[in-house]
Design a protein around this ligand. Structure first.
Ligand code: ACO
Length: 480
């Protein structure tokens, strides 16, 4: 049972004065761009190597001797422009760009999150992550990500009210969760349950109806913690705790996780705020693997529950959100500080796998979220005592940051390196860590999904390929 409770007074209901819901807004015109407020100017998000307007890339095709001018906008060329470059071969459909794993291909324009991986900068809608982690609530950030501006008090109160009153799930969803085996991984339960919500809300398929989008977004934000907590209680063999509408978002989640016979659960305010900060840190991270999955699946115009479940599935993987779980497993295998140098050698030789919680596709310096998490760990450990594995983690970081293998590859701790230690000190089981990440990432997935949907340039996501298989051959069955 997580050590999330305390006899200390609960965290104040910061900016959380529930008010009755107003009448539902009138449905907007189909595919109305109005439904997403205008994106704020990209004040801080300078595109790399921005070129003056009218500039172009001159490409000389040595196969034909022809020269092409490809326009450069925002530091990018349009890959479809390359199609114009071709030979006289009738089978040649024009030049393609080849970019496995999207190492250098922008798949969209986005006004939501800005990252400068070299400088270690992360901003949501222009606000530095450090300031949001210090001052904002998670639901304030959720609103900001979707709408582009911080909510007014009235907007915030209404939003909190809407979320609070949609935390219950249909009783059949509870039965669905009860159908899993006792040892089911909570991410597998979360993934299928989020997808399953589509069956409970068929009208969510009207994705170009703003009212439907609003309610689906509220439902996903409100019900994900409930599903997560139910999956936790199911695995533990404990009775499900229903949402308590008197509590804040995070306190209610902790209540559903840890409440036993008390009439009202009182969360430890330090734990509640620490978890809220971790949710904020995870809330969005531009076009990462899970967000790209949500955008890609959503581009088929499926309902948001199905689209977002693709994000949960992607997050489950050990190279993405599953890394927080793997960090703790790795530390426990290392066992002791004295074994760290030997372990680092096995990583460098390739025998010991990767140093989990290290490295990032975008950050080539210290992940700014990891800095905040490290500080947060100190605050939590002050209450629960220092985690026995912290020493090993600190030694891993110390050695890796002074080792040429890691520094030359610009491998630094990422957000997952220390989060697991905090989660475990709150007594969350290791396989629940990625679920906590998913709760935090939900607002980002939803904001990105809606931005994709309302972007007139987007179409169904469908990459090209370079065919490497056999040429045509006649069918000769090998069956007898
Ligand atoms: N430990 C050891 N070596 C590493 C690590 C690591 N954690 N990460 C990368 N490398 C090495 C690679 O072996 C490669 O070396 P090489 O050039 O000699 O072949 C080089 O660094 C570049 O690695 P890539 O795999 O090309 O980097 P990529 O950008 O594709 O991968 C990733 C990024 C997946 C995050 C990677 O660093 C990794 O696997 N890290 C461990 C898992 C992890 O912590 N994931 C969480 C990421 S944060 C998040 O999703 C929330």
């Amino acid at each position: 049972m997580p050590k999330t409770g305390s006899s200390a007074p609960p965290a104040p209901h910061k900016k959380n004065n529930a008010k009755p819901a107003p009448a539902a807004p009138a449905p907007p015109k189909k595919n109305s761009a109005k439904s997403a407020p205008a994106a704020p100017a990209r004040a801080s998000a300078k595109p790399p190597a921005a070129a003056p307007s009218g500039s172009a890339l001159e490409i000389k095709d040595t196969r034909t001797g022809k020269t092409y001018n490809v326009p450069v906008t925002d530091g990018a060329i349009r890959a479809t422009e390359l199609k114009k470059i071709g030979t006289s071969d009738p089978d040649d459909t024009g030049l393609m760009s080849y970019d496995p794993a999207f190492l250098n291909t922008a798949s969209c324009r986005s006004a939501i999150t800005f990252i400068d991986g070299d400088k270690g900068i992360l901003r949501y809608r222009g606000y530095p992550i450090e300031q949001l982690a210090e001052n904002a609530t998670f639901l304030e950030v959720a609103w900001l990500l979707r709408h582009g501006e911080l909510p007014t008090q009235q907007e915030y109160d209404q939003f909190v009210h809407d979320i609070t009153f949609h935390t219950y799930v249909h009783e059949n969803m509870r039965k669905f969760l009860e159908g899993f085996r006792y040892d089911a991984h909570p991410m597998a339960m979360l993934n299928s349950s989020v997808a399953g919500l589509a069956a409970f809300y068929p009208s969510a398929r009207n994705i170009f109806d703003e009212t439907e989008r609003n309610i689906s977004i509220v439902r996903l934000l409100a019900k994900t913690p409930t599903i997560a907590a139910f999956s936790y209680r199911h695995v533990k063999g404990l009775p499900f705790v229903y949402p308590d509408n008197r509590l804040s978002y995070v306190e209610n989640f902790l209540s559903m996780i840890a409440r036993m016979s008390e009439s009202k659960y009182e969360a430890n305010p330090v734990f509640a705020r620490a978890l809220e900060i971790l949710f904020i840190l995870h809330a969005d991270h531009e076009q990462n693997c899970s967000t790209s999955a949500v955008r890609g699946v959503g581009s088929s115009h499926v309902d948001p529950f199905s689209a977002v479940s693709a994000g949960v599935a992607a997050l489950f993987g050990p190279l993405h959100g599953g890394a927080n779980e793997q960090v703790l497993r790795m530390i426990s295998e290392i066992g002791s500080v004295k074994n760290v140098p030997k372990f680092i050698e096995t990583v460098k030789s390739g025998e010991g796998g990767r140093l989990m919680g290290f490295g990032h596709r975008v950050y080539k310096s210290y992940d700014p979220r990891a800095k905040i998490v490290k500080k947060l760990a100190d605050e939590v450990f002050r209450i629960v005592g220092v985690d026995k594995d912290l020493e090993i983690a600190l030694e891993l970081e110390r050695i890796a940051l002074s080792d040429d293998y890691f520094t030359s590859r610009k491998l630094y701790p990422n957000v997952d390196f220390y989060t697991g230690l905090i989660y475990r000190s709150m007594s969350f089981p290791t396989d629940f860590f990625t679920v906590l990440f998913a709760i935090g990432r939900m607002p980002g997935w939803l904001a990105q999904w809606e931005e994709m949907l309302l972007d007139k340039e987007q179409k169904i996501s469908r990459p090209r390929q370079i065919y490497t298989g056999l040429p045509e051959r006649p069918f000769r069955s090998k069956l007898k």
